[in-house]
Design a protein around this ligand. Structure first.
Ligand code: SAM
Length: 230
């Protein structure tokens, strides 16, 4: 991975709770965050005594390198949000300044936690579609703003391989959102992914969640499989 290819943009624990429809009880599960990037989910959850591991190839870089990449990427992201203002829902996050404040706070929280989290094995530079954990190592896998979001760069085969891997690691996998980044349209991979896993006997659900910033982006795809041994 080259760092200049990554658009680092990380969300907070509150946003993760809403994006994935996480209940208070679910926060106590052993959770894997795939493509965690500079989100503060892991840092904030750890501070609350919860158990989260985050995987992302960007964790091969140092906190200083990631911080520099965030600084470079912010103007680019601001420009893109400004040019596409009508594609976002400006309630909850009311202004571009508020958006920047929330995102930069989350990313600073991540950066402050990253060195110790790396040492503790909470941040791992592993990349989908192959993760080095035993079957059912987690209760829940969450993944936001990679799959479906970047459908123009990632193939259907990659999506299926990545979701297969996440389904191997936990009986409950939640992917947010179902929309593509640029167009804001639903990813053309959603239906083929559902058909593929339904044919294999998984239960799939599209659930509406209490988070919508990208207009229409308020749904997760949930992949449920029987616990190991059943
Ligand atoms: C936009 S960020 C999303 C961060 C976080 N999930 C959130 O919603 O705030 C997308 C992340 O996907 C990561 N990524 C890219 N390819 C990946 C792969 N093959 N496996 C895991 N993560 C990957 C990037 O490094 C980047 O940090």
């Amino acid at each position: 991975m080259r760092l200049e290819q990554v658009l680092p943009w990380g969300r907070s624990l509150k946003e993760y709770r809403d994006m994935f429809g996480l209940t208070q009880a679910e926060l106590d599960l052993q959770i894997l965050d795939c493509a965690g990037g500079p989100a503060s989910f892991n840092a904030e959850m750890t501070a609350l005594g919860k158990r989260v591991v985050s995987c992302d190839p960007v964790y091969q870089f140092s906190a200083e390198q990631i911080a520099q990449r965030i600084d470079e990427a912010v103007p680019q992201i601001v420009k893109s949000v400004e040019a596409n203002r009508e594609k976002f829902v400006w309630t909850g996050i009311d202004t571009l300044d508020e958006l920047l404040r929330i995102r930069l706070t989350a990313m600073q929280t991540f950066l402050a936690d990253f060195p110790q989290g790396l040492q503790a094995g909470r941040y791992r530079q592993d990349a989908l579609p192959q993760l080095p954990f035993p079957d059912r190592a987690f209760d829940l896998v969450v993944s936001s703003h990679l799959l479906f979001t970047y459908s123009e760069h990632l193939s259907l085969d990659f999506h299926i391989a990545a979701i297969t891997e996440m389904g191997r690691l936990a009986p409950d996998v939640r992917i947010f959102p179902l929309l593509m980044n640029m167009t804001g349209e639903r990813s053309p991979y959603v239906d083929p992914v559902i058909e593929h896993f339904q044919a294999l006997g998984y239960t799939l659900q599209i659930q509406t969640v209490p988070y919508e910033f990208q207009r229409g982006g308020n749904q997760i795809l949930r992949l449920l499989s029987a616990p190991a041994g059943n």
